[in-house]
Design a protein around this ligand. Structure first.
Ligand SMILES: *[C@@H]1O[C@H](CO)[C@@H](O)[C@H](O)[C@H]1NC(C)=O
Ligand SMILES: *[C@@H]1O[C@H](CO)[C@@H](O)[C@H](O)[C@H]1NC(C)=O
Ligand SMILES: *[C@@H]1O[C@H](CO)[C@@H](O)[C@H](O)[C@H]1NC(C)=O
Ligand SMILES: *[C@@H]1O[C@H](CO)[C@@H](O)[C@H](O)[C@H]1NC(C)=O
Ligand SMILES: *[C@@H]1O[C@H](CO)[C@@H](O)[C@H](O)[C@H]1NC(C)=O
Ligand SMILES: *[C@@H]1O[C@H](CO)[C@@H](O)[C@H](O)[C@H]1NC(C)=O
Ligand SMILES: *[C@@H]1O[C@H](CO)[C@@H](O)[C@H](O)[C@H]1NC(C)=O
Length: 356
């Protein structure tokens, strides 16, 4: 009884004191503040100083891990400023992906997929915490642009493409702080690629990923016969990735323009970087440790690719490169922070993959 009276009295007081209401843009804290501290849905109590906090709209982009976008995908914004949707299973994910309006899809937990999911333009797909992702199948997109894929674990991708991430005719794609893996106990064609791009995809950055226990990792350009579509395209940057226990295609490139810096390659059974079909590849400040053939330009295609390499540490495979064509690609149209090769191993192995 006393309680009811007190509550009634309080609500009477608060409705008559403007500052007591936890409405949008009202005060919600500060030294000596005695009013409500909670804010309406869609608003957060933001502290400006010790004296004043205010209910302001939630940051549209309230979950995006901090990482700097460098390389050919510069300018990619994904779902920035769009609506934020959190999904926990395949049907929710399927419901969230449609349309090209900007959207940030937060994946919470590991979602088992029975088929590949199609993403559309202006999307960020981001894992919550350090153990969220997709397993069983992957994502695929065609003729889309402006996509960020971040902080997710991808594994055992056996959808119709058999790729974890596969795309055609798409541009401005950033894949950052993810983990990709399957196993080496099946034959090399049981799974396909972890990250494969074909049909003249453009302006891509692949950074800070942990990529391990897989055969054919990353194929750029799917055929020797696609010169008319692909030549001069595929501008792609790989930096600060950790490739461990893999067989080949790290990446394999046809008709591409690739910049590969500050990656760690460890225990690679066949060719790590394979430049084919007139590709131009600049390879700098990477570490290769126990890699059969770190770099090749004259394997597996009807025409050779080109390479320029500098400041790489080839470890015990110093003499195993097969570089037959020196290229013309030695400077970049963007600024980037190159890590001293002596610091790359520690920096990369300690910072790749999803973070909490
Ligand atoms: C997916 O998750 C939502 C929200 O938790 C739930 O309502 C729905 O039943 C789930 N769907 C399936 C197929 O599990
Ligand atoms: C989203 O992406 C497309 C390109 O695929 C673009 O034309 C469009 O303007 C973008 N923004 C919105 C709000 O749809
Ligand atoms: C993931 O986050 C948890 C805390 O939630 C932490 O205990 C764990 O060490 C993290 N794992 C990795 C691999 O960083
Ligand atoms: C790729 O980026 C370059 C440089 O910003 C730009 O000129 C070009 O139009 C982009 N290509 C596509 C397909 O978005
Ligand atoms: C690309 O190559 C495939 C396989 O050789 C071929 O079927 C297709 O017609 C080619 N497409 C173009 C646009 O050149
Ligand atoms: C380098 O090539 C030789 C000859 O093919 C091979 O025996 C050796 O194992 C290779 N080095 C590494 C580190 O794999
Ligand atoms: C890279 O590190 C080595 C060894 O610590 C040092 O000698 C060299 O000056 C450094 N180079 C640059 C460009 O910082």
């Amino acid at each position: 009884m006393k309680c009811t009276i007190l509550l009634a009295a309080l609500s009477f007081i608060s409705s008559s004191i403007v500052y007591g209401k936890n409405n949008a843009y009202y005060q919600c804290g500060g030294v000596n503040w005695k009013g409500p501290e909670d804010c309406p849905t869609g608003y957060n109590c933001k502290k400006y100083n010790d004296l004043f906090s205010q209910c302001v709209p939630e940051e549209p982009n309230n979950f995006q891990i901090k990482s700097k976008l460098e390389g050919f995908a510069e300018g990619t914004t994904g779902g920035y400023n769009g609506k934020v949707i959190t999904v926990t299973n395949q049907s929710e994910l399927e419901g969230a992906v449609s349309g090209k309006e900007p959207k940030i899809i937060n994946v919470n937990g590991i979602i088992k997929l029975t088929k590949d999911i199609t993403l559309h333009s202006n999307t960020s797909l981001i894992g919550v915490g350090n153990n969220s992702g997709l397993t069983g199948a992957g994502i695929y997109f065609k003729s889309e642009s402006n996509i960020i894929i971040q902080n997710l674990k991808f594994s055992y991708c056996l959808g119709s493409s058999k790729d974890c991430i596969g795309a055609r005719r798409s541009s401005n794609i950033w894949i950052d702080h993810c983990e990709f893996y399957s196993d080496l106990s099946h034959d090399k064609d049981y799974y396909d690629g972890l990250i494969d791009f074909s049909y003249a995809c453009e302006n891509i950055t692949i950074s800070w990923n942990y990529i391990h226990d897989h055969s054919k990792v990353s194929l750029i350009g799917h055929s020797d016969n696609n010169e008319s579509t692909d030549f001069g395209k595929f501008h792609i940057t790989y930096h600060h990735n950790y490739f461990k226990n893999c067989i080949s295609r790290l990446p394999s490139l046809r008709f591409a323009n690739a910049h590969i810096y500050n990656n760690v390659y460890e225990n690679i059974e066949y060719i790590a970087i394979n430049s084919r079909m007139k590709s131009q590849v600049l390879i700098e400040n990477n570490i290769f440790s126990n890699v059969a053939i770190p770099i090749a330009t004259n394997r597996e295609s009807i025409e050779e690719g080109f390479v320029n390499e500098r400041n790489n540490d080839f470890g015990n495979s110093q003499n195993n490169n097969s570089i037959t064509k020196i290229g013309s690609f030695t400077s970049l149209p963007y600024k980037y922070e190159l890590t001293n090769v002596s610091e790359v191993y520690k920096q990369v192995t300690q910072n790749v993959g999803p973070i909490n």
